[in-house]
Design a protein around this ligand. Structure first.
Ligand code: MV4
Length: 495
């Protein structure tokens, strides 16, 4: 087993990884940007090393700087978490050159799954269901028209290099096709430097269902069941649950087998996720994420498997501790992403100082967070404050427990998505599990009225707390100068 692991990430996931290390008796090294000097994860680590910058390319994305710190401080492995370098195949390469183990999959797997056309072709080859359509890039408009006719409208034009929903356009009839192809090509070229686009059947109102994968270095690959991630807004997930409310043992066996096939196609040897779209009894491979994901705790709650610990053990050369038959589901888990965003203002990010904080507790509750009272959420990173996860014997109990947890959760100083989640927990379509990827758009009006009511009800209580916790003038002045500094860094990063 490793003696010392460097965590090349920040916030809640850095702490999540360090917790697994601690249980395995591994020492931890945090690296931190100037902005993160007072962040909780730097205090949790055994050693914390400054990156001496807040520019992304000179901090969390600086491969050379990170490798040098790892060597200098005697790390024998690096965990990249999610985001940042987690799906950059160069990290594995540079680790190997320097005799350091990457806690992640082989680089060929990252590369094959990083390209949408390559991965889709591979899936067709291996018999994993994919959306009807082409695997080749479009080169001729007339040919594209013929193909669209065969596939049947509506179709969707996607960019091969794209991801997260960027560079896609739905086309409802032939007249729109040439312009849609052209604009998607242009967008793909300017966003990804690769204008390759392809054509697919457009699946209307699909559910997003994904399977957790674990694979080791000896060819053992299992799935650790499914998650339902349909509640999202502009490709940002807001809530996830496990298992999917529509899952049956039969469907799980079938989709799980496809997920394992997908992972086997790239000799997958870490924790990863195979994403599917599901509609009307059919499912289609979407992509594979070659990293540990934000929503992994709901899977941990219902299966008892510590996914990060398994991931570390696999990287250290151990065999999987589980066979497929060992994986059993108990109950239901829900995760609400608590962000510093204003749900009444189009979910605009509203980072700032947390002047009052108390997280919920009691049976069946887990809060993964990287904040504390008095902490200022930086504006240059994502606005996630925490992940609130509840477990229940069934979905209904998990929902009731989430209602309780949300009502206990106090965050003063920044607007949060808590009122949104409280409204969602009382939305009849959510309760009935009528979920699909357009859920938020379709239920928006309903939710907004409820969110407004909840915010209003809490206003007095929170205002009162604000006067208790409000920083004095000197602290406020410091906060202002920190904000000015962060705005500058953000502009720098956006270049
Ligand atoms: C689709 C689709 C409908 N039909 N493809 C969005 C992200 C990208 N990786 C794939 N996405 C979609 N592809 C076809 N042929 C609808 C989506 C989609 C979606 C998929 C999964 C999760 C959330 C989504 C939200 C909007 C659209």
């Amino acid at each position: 087993m490793f003696e010392k692991v460097l965590i090349a990430n920040r916030g809640e996931i850095a702490i999540r990884i360090m917790r697994a290390c601690k249980e395995l008796g591994i020492k931890t090294i945090a690296i931190y940007s100037d902005t993160d000097e007072s962040a909780l994860f730097t205090k949790y680590a055994d050693e914390a090393v400054p990156l001496n910058s807040s520019i992304l390319s000179q901090s969390y994305l600086d491969l050379d700087k990170i490798i040098n710190i790892a060597k200098e401080h005697g790390a024998d492995a690096i965990h990249p978490g999610y985001g940042f370098l987690s799906e950059n195949s160069k990290l594995g390469e540079i680790c190997q050159e320097n005799g350091i183990t990457l806690i992640g999959p082989n680089k060929e797997a990252i590369e094959a799954m990083g390209d949408k056309i390559t991965s889709k072709k591979l899936m067709v080859e291996k018999g994993v269901p994919t959306v009807p359509g082409d695997k080749e890039g479009i080169t001729d408009i007339e040919v594209a028209k013929e193909r669209a006719k065969e596939i049947g409208y509506p179709v969707i034009i996607k960019s091969s290099a794209g991801g997260g929903g960027i560079g896609m356009r739905t086309v409802y009839d032939e007249d729109e096709l040439p312009r849609a192809i052209e604009s998607t090509q242009k967008l793909a070229e300017s966003s990804f430097g690769d204008g390759t686009v392809y054509i697919e059947k457009f699946i209307e109102e699909p559910r997003h269902i994904e399977f957790q994968i674990l694979g080791d270095n000896y060819g053992n690959i299992i799935h650790v069941c499914d998650r339902e991630c349909s509640i999202q807004r502009r490709h940002q997930k807001l809530l996830e649950e496990a298992p999917s409310p529509i899952m049956t043992d039969e469907l799980r066996a079938k989709m799980g087998e496809s997920a394992v096939k997908a992972a086997k196609a790239v000799n997958y040897n870490s924790a990863g996720t195979v994403e599917f779209m599901y509609s009307k009894g059919e499912y289609y491979f979407l992509e594979m994420n070659t990293r540990i994901q934000v929503e992994h705790p709901i899977t941990e709650f219902i299966t008892g498997v510590d996914l990060v610990k398994e991931q570390i053990k696999i990287a250290a050369g151990e065999k999987l501790s589980y066979t497929q038959d060992d994986i059993k589901i108990r109950g239901h888990a829900i995760e609400c992403r608590i962000n510093a965003e204003d749900p009444l203002n189009d979910f605009a990010p509203n980072p700032g100082r947390i002047v009052g904080y108390r997280s919920p507790g009691g049976i069946g509750i887990r809060v993964d967070s990287g904040v504390y009272m008095g902490y200022t959420i930086p504006s240059i990173y994502d606005s996630m404050i925490s992940k609130l996860i509840t477990w229940g014997n069934d979905r209904n109990e998990a929902i009731q427990r989430m209602r309780r947890a949300l009502s206990e959760y106090i965050i003063v100083g920044v607007p949060t998505t808590i009122p949104f989640h409280r409204a969602l927990m009382h939305n009849q379509n959510f309760i009935d599990a009528n979920l699909h990827t357009n859920f938020i758009e379709e239920n928006n009006l309903d939710l907004l009225a409820d969110i407004e009511k909840i915010v209003e009800e809490n206003k007095e209580k929170f205002d009162q707390m604000k006067t208790t916790f409000l920083p004095n003038k000197k602290v406020a002045a410091i906060a202002t100068s920190v904000n000015t500094y962060m705005n500058r860094i953000r502009e720098e990063n956006e270049k």
